[in-house]
Design a binder for this molecule. Structure first.
Ligand code: PMT
Length: 397
């Protein structure tokens, strides 16, 4: 890490004192840390504290020529391997979402091409306000990595969602992002996403709650790491990721055909789709009119797409997801064995704010030897990176 530069932006929150720990941990890893304090942050922590930790000048004012940088926001924006804003207030999140550049930090962020990480910290009401959520969604869309906030004790004395994520988690994520290379160049990755629709009649279908976010995050992450990505997508309202070949399907049968057609060229198959296990035996050509009190539908099994790819040759690395409501690890491991997978990503879909439809996911990654890596609640973009980290490691072996 010794040739890396991280710009640490600190904004005006009571959690600003924890940014000192973030600066310290990054510095101890040999990273060059350039600190920018907003005016509000200087009321909570002093520039001298960060200067003492990082041994670098601290920027607090766009118009003071205190540092080695000539036009600071441009120079720092270019020098940064990564920018982290920790803590990030509702105010800075709104400014970044709106493209406002009225101080050193916002100017630097707007001018950079480096990856950006933010760690929000604020009162629960401010965090859950629809405006803040809309702004965060905009930053996610622009590939910002968002860490936390977590549930816990807040400065107000109450307990709720809005607490600053642990500094060690922020530092781990930064190091993960910094060490990532274009390590999937030349690799073909086949990914499935979203929930299949099994038609009953021209109006109705059997479906599930998958939004496609997990599969789409995997596709974007694999693309960014240099892979050629084919994304077989069941219906979703998500925009198609740029630079990814998307194959639209509706049903489990269509997804199965698309996977069989594409798999021979794949180095890695990742099935994040929620595939219907059953579909109606008969699809009615006309809308079924309501008549009796009861309507009994007869269903039949759909193909188990992942299991069917077990014997294919050449054999790609095969990764499945397991969405479980009970006995998470035992059930997921059973699926790994039944489908002869290299990895399974176990999803406890009962955790609030995780799994189906959510922006975050809390998963455990299980390999063939039974080794279990339990991850905290992370953005799906970060879960995607962690899954790909494991895939890259397995390919290398
Ligand atoms: O789309 P999101 O809203 O972001 O939600 C993400 C998710 C919860 C859908 C995702 O993380 C997830 O867990 N996907 C797998 C859901 C699922 O169908 O799990 P399962 O345990 O029923 O299936 C196990 C594996 O077999 C999965 O990889 C699945 O794609 C595959 N499968 C299942 C049935 C079937 N007929 N064919 C299959 O290939």
């Amino acid at each position: 890490m010794s040739n890396k530069t991280v710009v640490l932006g600190v904004t005006g929150s009571i959690a600003a004192y924890k940014a000192v720990d973030v600066a310290s941990q990054l510095t101890q890893r040999g990273i060059n840390v350039e600190v920018i304090l907003t005016e509000a942050a200087t009321h909570f922590v002093t520039p001298l504290t960060f200067r003492s930790i990082t041994a670098r000048p601290v920027i607090t004012d766009m118009f003071r020529l205190a540092s080695v940088f000539s036009v600071e926001h441009v120079a720092l924006a270019e020098a940064a391997d990564l920018i982290v804003i920790a803590p990030a207030t509702a105010n800075i999140i709104a400014k970044l979402a709106g493209g406002i550049a009225d101080d050193s930090l916002t100017c630097t962020v707007l001018a950079t091409a480096a990856p950006i990480v933010i760690a929000p910290a604020m009162h629960t009401g401010m965090y859950e306000n629809s405006v803040t959520q809309r702004n965060l969604a905009e930053l996610r869309r622009r590939d910002f990595t968002i860490i936390g906030p977590i549930h816990g004790r807040l400065a107000s004395g109450g307990i709720g969602l809005g607490r600053f994520a642990p500094p060690s988690e922020i530092v781990t994520t930064i190091c993960h992002l910094l060490s990532r290379r274009k390590d999937l160049i030349g690799k073909q990755i086949l990914i499935t996403a979203a929930g299949t629709h099994e038609a009953i009649d021209p109006v109705r279908y059997i479906g599930n709650r998958s939004s496609g976010k997990m599969g789409y995050a995997l596709a974007a992450a694999a693309r960014d790491r240099g892979a050629h990505v084919q994304l077989i997508s069941a219906p979703t309202s998500l925009p198609k990721p740029l630079g990814v070949e998307v194959i639209d399907v509706q049903t489990a049968a269509e997804m199965s055909s698309a996977v069989s057609e594409k798999i021979s060229r794949a180095d890695i198959l990742i099935m994040a789709a929620a595939v219907a296990d059953y579909c109606p035996v008969k699809i009615r050509k006309r809308k079924v009119k309501k008549a009796d009190q009861r309507w009994d539908l007869t269903l039949k099994r759909t193909p188990d797409i992942l299991a069917e790819t077990a014997g294919c040759s050449p054999r790609p690395l095969r990764i499945g997801f397991a969405a479980e409501t009970e006995n998470l690890l035992r059930n997921a491991e059973a699926k790994l064995n039944q489908k002869d997978l290299d990895l399974i990503i176990a999803n406890d879909i009962t955790i609030p704010g995780s799994g189906f439809g959510a922006d975050k996911n809390q998963v455990a990654i299980i390999d063939r030897s039974g080794d279990i890596e339990e991850l905290p609640l992370l953005d799906k973009t970060e879960v995607a990176q962690r899954v790909l980290d494991r895939a890259v490691k397995l390919l290398a072996e």
